[in-house]
Design a protein around this ligand. Structure first.
Ligand code: ADP
Ligand code: MG
Length: 225
C-alpha cells in the first residue's frame, strides 16, 4: 500500500546565527494509511518540529516530504496551504482557537475559506460529534480547557482529513479531562479511518498507538510496533 506519509532524509535547521539549531538530521519515516503512531523522545529532541514538517507547516532544508503520494516540496505556498487544509488536521497543546470567534465560527470559517458551501452545517455536525452542541455560540474564553480542545479537534476533523497530527494535545489539561479528549481522538480516528500521529510524553498513551517512534537529538532512535 502507498504510504500516506513519507519522509526521506529530511534535514531541518531552525533559528539564526548563534541560535541556529540543527533540529532534524536525516529523518526517514514511512506511515501507512490508518496507522496510529506516537512520537516520543526527550524535550528538545525534535518531536514538534517533525510533526510540523510532516504536516507541511515547516519546509525541510533537504530531503523529501510526501503526503498521499504528493511531494510537498514542489508546491507553492498557496498550493501547500490548500493541500494541507484538505489532507491534514492539526491539534496543538495550546488549542490555538481564534478568540474573537465563537466555537461554531472557529470550525466553520476555515471550511468556508476553503470553499465549502455548507460550512456552518458541517461545523455544527462536527461539534455535535465531539459533544459540544450546547456550546456553539460560546467564545473560547467561555469554555473550559477540555471544551476548547474539543473545538480544536472538531476544527481539525471538519475537512475529513487523511491525517490527524496532534502535538501533546492533553498537555494543558488535567488527567481526567485529558483522558476524555484522548478517547475522543481515538474514537474519531477509528471512525474515519484517518492516520494518527500523536506527540506525547505519556508511555500509557503511546502504548495505545500501534507504533512508537522515538526521537533523540533530531534522529529516529527507535521505531517499534
Ligand atoms: P520537542 O517537541 O521534542 O520538545 P522541538 O521540535 O520543539 O522539540 O525542538 C527541537 C529543538 O529545536 C530544540 O532544541 C529547540 O530549542 C529548537 N527549536 C525549535 N524551534 C526553533 C526555532 N524556531 N528557532 C530555533 N530553534 C528552535
Ligand atoms: Mg514539543
Amino acid at each position: 500500500m502507498q504510504p500516506v506519509i513519507e519522509l526521506a532524509d529530511v534535514d531541518l535547521t531552525l533559528g539564526e546565527g548563534a541560535a541556529r539549531v540543527h533540529v532534524l538530521k536525516g529523518v526517514s519515516l514511512s506511515i501507512a494509511p490508518g496507522e496510529t503512531v506516537s512520537l516520543l523522545g526527550p524535550s528538545g529532541s525534535g518531536k514538534s518540529t517533525l510533526l510540523m514538517t510532516l504536516a507541511g507547516l515547516e519546509r525541510p532544508d533537504a530531503g523529501v516530504v510526501r503526503i498521499d503520494g504528493r511531494d510537498l516540496g514542489v508546491l507553492s505556498e498557496d498550493e501547500l496551504a490548500r493541500f494541507r487544509g484538505a489532507k491534514i488536521g492539526v491539534v496543538f497543546q495550546s488549542f490555538q482557537l481564534i478568540p474573537t470567534m465563537t466555537a461554531l465560527e472557529n470550525v466553520a470559517v476555515p471550511l468556508e475559506l476553503a470553499g465549502k458551501g455548507d460550512a456552518f452545517a458541517i461545523a455544527e455536525a462536527e461539534l455535535a460529534a465531539v459533544g459540544l452542541s450546547h456550546r456553539l455560540s460560546h467564545y473560547p474564553t467561555q469554555l473550559s480547557g477540555g471544551e476548547q480542545q474539543r473545538v480544536a479537534l472538531a476544527r481539525a476533523l471538519a475537512p475529513d482529513p487523511l491525517i490527524l497530527a496532534a502535538d501533546e494535545p492533553t498537555g494543558n489539561l488535567d488527567s481526567e479531562t485529558g483522558a476524555s479528549v484522548i478517547d475522543l481522538i481515538f474514537a474519531q480516528q477509528k471512525r474515519r479511518g484517518a492516520t494518527l500521529v500523536l506527540v506525547t510524553h505519556d508511555p500509557g498513551l503511546a502504548a495505545r498507538c500501534g507504533r512508537r517512534v522515538r526521537l533523540r537529538s533530531g534522529r529516529i532512535e527507535s521505531d517499534s510496533a
